[in-house]
Design a protein around this ligand. Sequence first.
Ligand code: ADP
Ligand code: MG
Length: 250
Amino acid sequence: MIDARDITKAFGATQVLRGVSLELAKGEVVAVIGPSGSGKSTFLRCLNHLETIDSGTIEVEGKTLVTTDASGKRSYAPEGEVRAICRKMGMVFQHFNLFPHLTVLENIIEAPMIVQKISRAEAIARTERLLAKVGLSAKRDNYPSRLSGGQKQRVAIARALAMEPDIMLFDEPTSALDPELTGEVLRTMRELADERMTMLVVTHEMGFAREVANTVVFMDQGELIESRPAQEFFADPRHERAKAFLHHML
Ligand code: ADP
Ligand code: MG
């Protein structure tokens, strides 16, 4: 579903990604873990073109988003194609990013109506289905300010799903939540995984990574250091930095 190869990215003089490669298969759940500042968010943001890469290749479902030729010249697909490719991916952020002036329903129906040009009635029907799925049917007409953090994040997940993505990208979806609210969000994500959604999840939740992810990748200082089946990784991390990180987290 995603094939990223040799991605490099710098912000000014800071080299943030130093040749990161990652493959994501259909139905696979990959957890990306690693210390703060290691480039996890930047990598995710490069995949759906919220950031441009400096070099490397990204293919999504066989379509080339960006590639780099032998001379080092990077080229992105034409704008329309880039947009179509990025629509295959839904993204959920740490800070929800809901529109505060719109109700839950309005937050969710907007993109399908504008981008997919479906009717309001169809968008509402889809939204009601998704709200039932994330357990928030009763909050349909509330504004985000009336919701808990966990509820906001579940709305954000429903909003991403409303665009019918093939892949979901999560960037530390529970990191901004009070500890007692992380469970409900992780449960929703686990249900998605059970339905065989293809997911790339940056997380500090080691329990989730161990139990739900098929593969764990460990990043440090802009490099992808280790990529292993989750059970194996947690039982026996190979790299010293991964060991130290796990020791610190568990
Ligand atoms: P992580 O998500 O693993 O914590 P990030 O991808 O957010 O790491 O950040 C990696 C590095 O890139 C950090 O040193 C961070 O300060 C830097 N960085 C991230 N975004 C920007 C930006 N927009 N401008 C400049 N530096 C950035
Ligand atoms: Mg981050």
